[in-house]
Design a protein around this ligand. Structure first.
Ligand SMILES: Cc1cc2nc3c(=O)[nH]c(=O)nc-3n(C[C@H](O)[C@H](O)[C@H](O)COP(=O)(O)O)c2cc1C
Length: 234
């Protein structure tokens, strides 16, 4: 059976370094319709792969379907993320495709998943194996804390104008998975409908090791469905 590319092991090893505890935030860049770049921090939730295809790993993160990044990904699915792990002094720069799987209950066109480009072999493989996107979305949603879940309950799209901090006082602070009353139930439905699964399919990974002297750099590239590895000048 095909095996996972070595960069997955390198990331997992870096994440298990005691001084990298909590280093699960990366900066993800997208481009908008005018090709202007936009970067933001996101939480790495997990790795996954199509069944029987560890050679086609994907990164799992999540977002609010109403955020601008989703509109950007409808136009252009290419992304790059930078992940700095200070404890071990490793930088991983991952380039590839992102895919948004929203709730089927999101209003109108927002319920449509973003396009999957033909070259996105891992995402295409998931599609071909009738992967249960909705089950994965709910699995990730259910793992979130009640306060985190409240962030998908804000009344308008993140980034929309806010007239005063007073308005925020009316918003739910926690959205429990087991509603205690009608209000909790309404909030849970809203959070669930705004919550979107975001998968990132790497096609190239640039690993810089600053914790070693002399520093090292390795570039992993997926050609078709095969990963190649090239040493590079750091
Ligand atoms: C530490 C940290 C972690 C974050 N994690 C996420 C995340 O996992 N998903 C997400 O959509 N936004 C996350 N955000 C908020 C984004 O950085 C960003 O502000 C928001 O998603 C709007 O992005 P956009 O306008 O580019 O779509 C996080 C912010 C911080 C500071």
């Amino acid at each position: 059976m095909a095996s996972a590319p070595r960069w997955v092991e390198a990331i997992n090893k870096a994440l298990s370094h005691p001084d990298n505890k909590g280093k699960i935030i990366y900066q993800v860049a997208t481009v908008d319709a005018s090709t202007a770049p936009h970067a933001r921090s996101q939480v790495h939730r997990a790795f996954m792969n199509p069944e029987g295809r560890p050679d086609l790993p994907l990164l799992v993160t999540s977002t609010d379907v109403r955020t601008p990044k989703v509109a950007q990904l409808r136009v252009n699915q290419r992304v790059e993320l930078a992940w700095w792990m200070e404890g071990s002094q490793d930088q991983f720069r991952i380039s590839g495709f992102a895919h948004i799987h929203p709730s089927p209950a999101a209003p109108g066109d927002a319920s449509q998943p973003t396009p999957i480009p033909a070259e996105a072999a891992a995402l295409k493989a998931l599609e071909a194996t009738t992967f249960d996107w909705e089950a994965k979305r709910l699995e990730i949603f259910n793992k979130m804390s009640p306060s985190m879940r409240a962030s998908w309950c804000v009344p308008r799209a993140p980034g929309s104008k806010l007239d005063s901090y007073e308005e925020q006082k009316k918003w739910p602070r926690e959205v429990p998975l087991e509603p205690q009353n009608g209000e909790d139930e309404k909030n849970l439905e809203m959070a669930k409908s705004n919550f979107a699964l975001m998968l990132i399919e790497p096609i190239s990974v640039d690993w810089v090791e600053l914790g070693i002297q002399p520093n090292r750099r390795t570039i992993f590239t997926r050609e078709g469905e095969k990963w190649t590895e090239q040493l590079a000048i750091p």
